[in-house]
Design a protein around this ligand. Structure first.
Ligand SMILES: C[S@@+](CC[C@H](N)C(=O)[O-])C[C@H]1O[C@@H](n2cnc3c(N)ncnc32)[C@H](O)[C@@H]1O
Length: 310
């Protein structure tokens, strides 16, 4: 049994901050997203799906339900413990005979034969890949003629938000507001520390947008691409302080609690918590989300690529 790594630990624990209720809410939203992604994936009886960066199998197990008794899903991931996770989940579900498992990077899928799959699916994987054009070339290579991709990626590039710092700093409390004033010094130090210590970690997440994904598809050889942008902003939902402290935004960074403990003294931590706990727990201020769906077609393009809307 492979030891847990940063990817498997994040998916199992830190993305939800160990909060069962928060996990249920997020998983509900993820299943809706998966439904939207797979609706335009062209799946049906006998299709072969490659889930790249499958994680715990959210997309792959959803796809398996759409490919009938003769269809197959290949679960691939960079993380050995996650590949093992999907294997034992498939065993428990009694679907092992229709699944295979590959430990591989999106940029090097040489374990998967050329022109062997009908669909390459990913969700929130390319954000961790530095050489995205190479991953697209691999997606193109493994697809059969007439196959397609179904990708969902968060879009966090600064060209789109224009003020990534604005979002980050003001998500909970604006340091320049009356509410933020008592902890303005702490928020600013936290921001500086964040930028110096972890700013570079997010490079692969920030250096592209939905148009780049379209262009990368075309450059890799795809004959047609359709993309849908998904943008939302609204009040930040209430969150337990402990959940916030035990969670992290992605697998490459420590939890929020670990980051603030790197910066503040015990006295500063107490001031920070005393002031911000009620803000976090009542919700409010800005929450935002953006992502994009990308379906790219390897020729020949089907006459009716997507199901008719009712
Ligand atoms: C945010 S998780 C998404 C997991 C899954 N696709 C889902 O929808 O729940 C990111 C996944 O990408 C995997 N990953 C990270 N870098 C990768 C790479 N270069 N190639 C393949 N998988 C990668 C991680 O191990 C993790 O499973």
């Amino acid at each position: 049994m492979a030891e847990p790594d940063k990817w498997s630990r994040w998916l199992a624990e830190t993305r939800f901050g160990g909060d069962q209720k928060a996990a249920e809410v997020q998983l509900h939203h993820l299943k809706l997203l998966r439904k939207r992604l797979l609706k335009k994936a062209g799946l049906g009886e006998g299709k072969v799906v490659l889930d790249v960066g499958a994680g715990e199998g959210l997309v792959g197990f959803g796809a398996l339900e759409l490919v009938g008794a003769t269809g197959r899903v290949i679960f691939s991931d960079i993380s050995e413990p996650l590949v093992e996770f999907t294997r034992s989940a498939a065993e428990q579900m009694g679907v092992l005979d229709r699944c295979s498992f590959v430990t591989a990077r999106a940029e090097d899928l040489s374990a998967v034969e050329s022109e062997s799959v009908d669909l390459v699916a990913t969700r929130s994987v390319l954000i961790y890949v530095d050489d995205k054009p190479r991953a697209f070339r691999e997606f193109f290579r493994v697809l059969k003629p007439g196959g397609r991709t179904a990708l969902f990626e968060p879009i966090d590039d600064q060209r789109m938000t224009e003020y990534s710092e604005y979002w980050r700093r003001r998500a909970w409390v604006d340091p320049d507001s009356k509410e933020g004033a008592p902890v303005k010094d702490l928020l600013e130090r936290l921001d500086d520390h964040w930028e110096k210590r972890y700013g570079h970690v997010n490079e692969a997440m920030l250096n592209f947008n939905e148009r780049d994904l379209v262009m990368m598809s075309i450059v890799a050889g795809f004959a047609a691409v359709h993309t849908e942008l998904d943008l939302g902003a609204g009040p930040m939902p209430p969150m337990k302080w402990d959940t916030l402290m035990k969670s992290s935004g992605n697998p490459l960074i420590p939890t929020n609690g670990e980051v603030i403990r790197e910066v503040f003294s015990a006295e500063e931590l107490a001031r920070f918590e005393q002031h911000l706990r009620p803000v976090v727990e009542r919700g409010g201020n800005l929450w935002r989300a953006h992502g994009s769906f990308t379906w790219a077609f390897k020729a020949p393009i089907p006459a009716k690529p997507f199901p008719e809307e009712p």
